[in-house]
Design a protein around this ligand. Structure first.
Ligand code: FE
Ligand code: CA
Length: 546
């Protein structure tokens, strides 16, 4: 994607002005007339359809006189289709306070999608920012052309957002290319988002995938940046946590660079929770209090993510889904938290220990029966060059010691029979070239997924790339055991636990190239980001250092 120098350009630096952009009334009316939107008094895409799919329901919302910019949280896009994409924003002049500084009414928001080259409006409409959804807006734009870059913006009252970038996926039978950023784990108080500045400046990125820990439910003792917020329990607490993250201009700029695919891990709710069970250290150990808390956390996640997911209605929220990228990649976004079995093998606060009998029962699950069946159906149909699983926790075995004395029970290592089923499905299905992208462990790992992790001769089923934290540091335990795990993992090619950063994947129908982009020092306000190592997996082959 070219960066252009005309007035409509939105460089990462310009995005710093997201919180300050004002628009004259004349300019707004001009834009609205061009879009044929606001002039049409009460008719239009309330739920954000494109011009071709506009509904005719009237909007009961009004446009209040906001004296402060409501677009402080920026904009985002996600879940691209070959003819559409989800556009997101949330109105909140004071995002960290309950209510976001908004009046208690629904509010009309206009949106526009522009042709990237000629900057003409190609789709527009109005959405309703509902006060019971924290004035968030999810517009599912359709009717766009396949495999094309677009720009978009939102407008309300006297305010509009700068143009942000997005794109559509390639058409189902087309070859396409894919350049993808891969991130996870972004403790606010432990570092600066230099990884996101690097992503925002990367003009070739088509997609960013987030493998979870977008927020942390509480501060974790970092001293780099202040995190003054309480341990999140209520929906307002969780909303404030997303607002804290998006107070960072580099994160907002990364969202404005390209569409994202997003899944969650534990910290979007509570450290090491398992399905409907809080961990032993939870501040909400009572199961019913935890259920209420989880529902609040899922609601706030939905309100802040550019996802094609129906609004939460009750305690569960289905987020697993697939995104097709032409004949190049079948991207499966998995949920490795919501449906997993309670990790009964863990004792007390420890999620490190021996596997107990329960871990070997057939119904001890990581994905849940329904998601497993869904995945198996998708795998049976997958025929793109690459089959990609985006998910939370390491699949690669980490053997700390011989025998059954100690495992990372929070990862797939704690769910060995469920992992055997997953790897069995990947091996026996016709799904080509599996690649698993993972977060969670704040360290970088490259390895082959094999049937028997203790057998050096076991053939490769696929590749796993585990990314470093954007800012979350590796625990001393992970740093300490890394040499032993490498030593006892013939399937693991490389690991590193000292640096924060992100992973960049360039995918063609012949090979999957990966570079690990490390931040020199995430605790400093300025720091370089550089490629530490490069890896390549040819189709039909095994990952090797490039
Ligand atoms: Fe994390
Ligand atoms: Ca985690």
């Amino acid at each position: 994607m070219d960066r252009r120098a005309d007035a409509g350009d939105t460089s990462p630096l310009d995005l710093d002005r997201l919180a300050q952009t004002r628009l004259t009334r004349r300019r707004l009316l001009g834009a609205a007339a061009a879009a044929g939107a606001l002039a049409a008094c009460g008719a239009g895409g309330v739920d954000g359809r494109s011009r071709t799919g506009a509904t005719t329901r009237s909007i009961s919302a009004r446009t209040p006189r906001l004296s402060d910019d409501p677009f402080t949280l920026g904009v985002a896009s996600g879940d691209p289709l070959d003819d559409g994409v989800v556009l997101w924003t949330r109105l909140a002049p004071e995002p960290v306070v309950p209510g976001g500084g908004m009046p208690p009414d629904d509010v009309k928001v206009a949106w526009e999608v522009l042709d990237d080259e000629r900057r003409r409006v190609v789709a527009s409409g109005r959405a309703r920012a509902r006060s019971d959804q924290a004035h968030s807006v999810h517009v599912d734009v359709r009717g766009l052309d396949a495999d094309r870059p677009y720009r978009y913006r939102f407008m309300t009252g006297d305010f509009e957002t700068p143009l942000a970038r997005t794109r559509t996926a390639p058409a189902p039978r087309s070859r396409g290319r894919l350049c993808m950023g891969h991130v996870s784990c972004q403790m606010f108080d432990h570092g600066y988002y230099h990884a996101y500045a690097d992503i925002a400046a990367d003009e070739d990125l088509d997609l960013v995938v987030h493998c979870g820990d977008y927020i942390y439910e509480r501060a974790y003792g970092g001293s780099v940046r202040p995190d003054p917020l309480p341990d999140a329990v209520t929906v307002d607490d969780y909303r404030a946590r997303y607002a804290l993250m998006r107070s960072d201009a580099d994160l907002r700029a990364a969202h404005a660079r390209c569409p994202w695919l997003t899944t969650w891990d534990d910290h979007e709710v509570d450290d090491n929770y398992q399905g409907s069970a809080p961990s032993a250290e939870s501040s909400t150990p009572d199961p019913s209090a935890f259920a209420t808390r989880r529902a609040a956390a899922y609601r706030a996640w939905w309100e802040h993510m550019p996802v094609r997911v129906d609004p939460p209605d009750g305690p569960a929220l289905r987020i697993h889904h697939r995104v097709g990228w032409g004949r190049l990649a079948e991207l499966m976004v998995l949920d490795t938290r919501q449906y997993r079995s309670d990790q009964v093998c863990a004792t007390g606060a420890l999620d490190i220990g021996p596997r107990c009998d329960a871990a070997f029962s057939d119904d001890f699950t990581m994905l849940g029966a329904r998601q497993e069946r869904w995945l198996d159906r998708r795998l049976a149909r997958a025929d793109a060059a690459w089959t990609v699983l985006l998910q939370g926790v390491p699949v690669l075995q980490w053997r700390f010691a011989p025998g059954n004395s100690v495992w990372n029970l929070d990862g797939w290592d704690g769910y060995p029979v469920a992992r055997d089923r997953l790897l069995g499905s990947l091996r026996t299905s016709t799904a080509p070239n599996p690649v698993v992208l993972t977060g969670d462990v704040h360290s970088s790992w490259v390895g082959s997924l094999v049937e028997d992790f203790d057998d050096p001769a076991s053939p490769s089923i696929g590749t796993e790339h585990i990314g470093p934290g954007v800012t979350s540091p590796a625990s001393p335990a992970v740093r300490g055991v890394l040499p032993a795990v490498l030593d006892q993992g013939p399937h693991i090619r490389w690991a590193e636990a000292e640096h924060r950063g992100w992973v960049r994947h360039e995918v063609t129908s012949d090979e999957w190239r990966t570079e690990y982009r490390f931040v020199d020092d995430a605790t400093l306000p300025t720091s370089a980001v550089r490629t530490a190592t490069r890896w390549v997996t040819p189709t039909g082959g095994v990952v090797t250092e490039a």
